[in-house]
Design a protein around this ligand. Structure first.
Ligand code: PMP
Length: 459
């Protein structure tokens, strides 16, 4: 540990790092990032990095945005806190709810706030169950998610997540949460199966699952328009129209998890529209405040609101709420963030630069280590494979994706590897030149990676 800085040693001795190999961390120590400006971060030695994953898919307006800082400071000065429990309210909560109702890609009656994406999806589960009970359908409780989905880490939202390491040792998933097939054509299509045949099969898988479980027991289906943490999986364009048709046959809530895709990431305000979903409700977080304040929210459809009214008449209250539900600082920051998106035409900007991003990613498709190169809007991934022809994956123990991310980091680009899919999700304010700079680093990094793979016989 001697080559580690004093702060790094103190980190190792005190901090638990989420989604980190804690044993390896004891040897490598942390990357300490104390400063950010625009799309760049600076480490404790002053080295500059492009933040190629917008933090955790969230810092859409980049770092050091003085307007957001000022909005937060003003809100704190004026009213650092009030709850909206027991019928209290404040202007920012009202204005933000109105704004989200106006923007939402599904018919929306009301808005309910939480502090994160996990809390948003946790509330979706609670309210789905609540509505079934209110409707006198206590057996209608099952929620269908998908393998490789990411919906959060609370006990219930981690159960929706379809990744084994989020379940292992935690005794998850909990009862009533099911997972159907993942729409990753490159990885899961059968030999010779076209995209259209593949999505037919997946729609049938969902239909069969609902039939097998009993439609009267199935209460909801949840999906990200584009899966993020599962490896940036962009479903074929025929996927959601077919899923919509299956769900329309049954009486289920249809939840779109817009935590990553929401607020412009795909070149439209919501991924739901880009991917052709027809949800009953959406979950939001991350870019809602450009990560300047923790916040999550869900839309409440009229039918659910009516059920909530009836139940609160019976029970005397609506029995849910966090201390920080609709925190006035968070609401003020979210309002300012959305005002900036509208004023600066951020979504149009994404549509303008996305072709550069998509083209640069597509160019890597010919690289010997890249099995699949995919992008939509400003969200993309390179899936690394040991054998391009057979699509054989690398031995997970070799952690090639993590090695690639390490090499890119050494070369000034921060990204994240999900298994062997290296993900790109830069701040939405990135320029075309900066996108080119980012992928020039990727080209250099892949060359270094290729040499290491050959030299160390990692295939
Ligand atoms: N849903 C999606 C699609 C996400 O990507 C994430 C976080 N990466 C979450 C939910 C959970 O959000 P949080 O980490 O804010 O709890």
């Amino acid at each position: 540990m001697s080559r580690l800085s004093n702060m790094a040693v103190r980190d190792i001795e005190t901090v638990i790092h989420p989604y980190t190999n804690l044993a390896r961390h004891r040897e490598t120590g942390p990357l300490i990032l104390n400063e950010g400006r625009g799309i760049h971060l600076y480490d404790d030695k002053g080295k500059r990095y492009i933040e190629g994953l917008a933090g955790l898919w969230c810092t859409s307006l980049g770092y050091g945005n003085e307007e957001l800082v000022e909005a937060a400071a003003q809100a704190m000065r004026k009213l650092s806190y009030t709850s909206i429990f027991s019928g209290k309210s404040h202007d920012s909560a009202i204005e933000l709810s109105e704004k989200l109702k106006e923007l939402a890609p599904c018919p929306t009656s009301k808005v309910l706030f939480g502090g994160s994406g996990s809390e948003a999806n946790d509330m979706q589960i609670k309210l789905t169950w609540y509505m079934s009970n209110a409707r006198g359908l206590p057996k209608k409780k099952k929620i269908i998610s998908r393998q490789r989905a990411y919906h959060g880490v609370t006990i219930a939202s981690a159960s929706l997540t379809g990744l084994p390491w989020v379940h292992a040792d935690f005794d998850l998933p909990i009862a009533n949460i099911l997972h159907t097939s993942c729409p990753h054509h490159y990885r899961f299509a059968e030999e010779g199966e076209t995209e259209d045949q593949f999505t037919d099969r997946l729609a049938k898988d969902l239909d069969d699952l609902i039939q097998k479980e009993g439609p009267e027991t199935v209460a909801a289906f949840i999906a990200e328009p584009i899966m993020g943490a599962g490896g940036v999986i962009i479903p074929p364009s025929s996927y959601f129209p077919k899923i919509n048709a299956v769900l329309a046959k049954y009486d289920v809530r249809y939840i779109a998890d817009e935590v990553i895709c929401g607020f412009g990431r795909t070149g439209e305000w919501f991924g739901t529209t880009t991917m052709g979903m027809k949800p009953t409700s959406i979950s939001m977080a991350k870019a809602i405040t450009s990560a300047y304040f923790p916040m999550g929210a869900i839309t409440i459809e009229e039918e659910l609101y009516q059920a909530m009214l009836d139940e609160s008449r019976k029970l005397g209250t609506f029995g849910h709420g966090f201390t920080y539900t609709a925190h006035p600082v968070g609401c003020a920051v979210a309002l300012k963030t959305i005002e900036i998106y509208e004023r600066d035409k951020t979504v149009e900007h994404v549509r303008q630069v996305a072709p550069v991003f998509e083209k640069r990613i597509a160019q890597f498709a010919d690289h010997p280590l890249v099995g699949n190169a995919r992008a939509k809007g400003l969200l993309g991934a390179l899936e690394l494979v040991a054998d391009k022809k057979t699509k054989r994956a690398f031995d997970p123990k070799k952690a090639i994706g993590a090695l690639c991310a390490d090499i890119l980091q050494e070369n000034g680009l921060i990204v994240r590897a999900m298994g062997d899919a290296v993900a790109f999700c830069p701040p939405l304010v990135i320029t075309a030149d900066e996108i080119n700079e980012m992928f020039d680093i990727v080209a250099k990094g892949l060359k270094i990676l290729e040499e290491r793979v050959l030299k160390e016989n990692l295939r």
